[in-house]
Design a protein around this ligand. Sequence first.
Ligand SMILES: CC(C)(COP(=O)(O)OP(=O)(O)OC[C@H]1O[C@@H](n2cnc3c(N)ncnc32)[C@H](O)[C@@H]1OP(=O)(O)O)[C@@H](O)C(=O)NCCC(=O)NCCS
Length: 151
Amino acid sequence: MIDAAATDNLAVSAIADADIPAVVALWERCELTRPWNEPQADIARARGKSNSDILVGRSGNTIAATVMVGHDGHRGWVYYVAVDPDQYKKGYGRAIMTAAENWLRERGIEKLQLLVRADNTRVQAFYETLDYEEQERVIFAKWLDGRPMTP
Ligand SMILES: CC(C)(COP(=O)(O)OP(=O)(O)OC[C@H]1O[C@@H](n2cnc3c(N)ncnc32)[C@H](O)[C@@H]1OP(=O)(O)O)[C@@H](O)C(=O)NCCC(=O)NCCS
C-alpha cells in the first residue's frame, strides 16, 4: 500500500483501465512520448506486475501526476514522471516521486536510479531538490531487434 500521508493532497493509486487515455494524453502533453515507444504498449507491459507498475496521482477526479516505477531485482527505476502542466509547482511531482520511492522500499529495493535527457535541464533541478545526485556514468544501449540506435 502507498503511504497516503506521504503523498499529501494527491491521491495515489495503481493505474486502472479507465485511466489509460488520460495518462497517455498527459505524457504527450509533457512531451515524454517517443515514436519508438508506443505508450499503450509500455503501460500494458509495466502495469500491475510484481516488479513494476504505473502509479497515478489524482487531484479530485483529475489525473495530475504519473510515474512508471519498477525494479530489476537490484535497483529501482522510474520513467514517465509527469505532472499536468497546469498543476506544476504544487508539490505533485514530489508527491508522486515519494509514492514511487515508497513502492520500492516496500519491495526491499534500496536505491532508485533514473535517466534524464541531457537537454532536459529544468527537470534536473527538480530531482536535485528531491536529494537526487548526478552520478558519473556512461549509458550503453542496444535495440535487441537489431534496429539502429535511436537518439
Ligand atoms: C519535473 C516535474 C515532474 C515537476 O513537477 P512539479 O509538480 O512542478 O514539482 P513540485 O511542485 O513537486 O516541486 C518539487 C520541488 O522541485 C522544485 N522544482 C520543480 N520544478 C522545477 C524546475 N523546473 N526548476 C527548478 N526547481 C523545480 C520545486 O521548486 C520544489 O521545490 P521545493 O519543494 O523546495 O519548493 C514537472 O515539471 C513535469 O512533469 N515536467 C515535464 C515532464 C518531465 O520532464 N518529466 C521528467 C522526465 S525525466
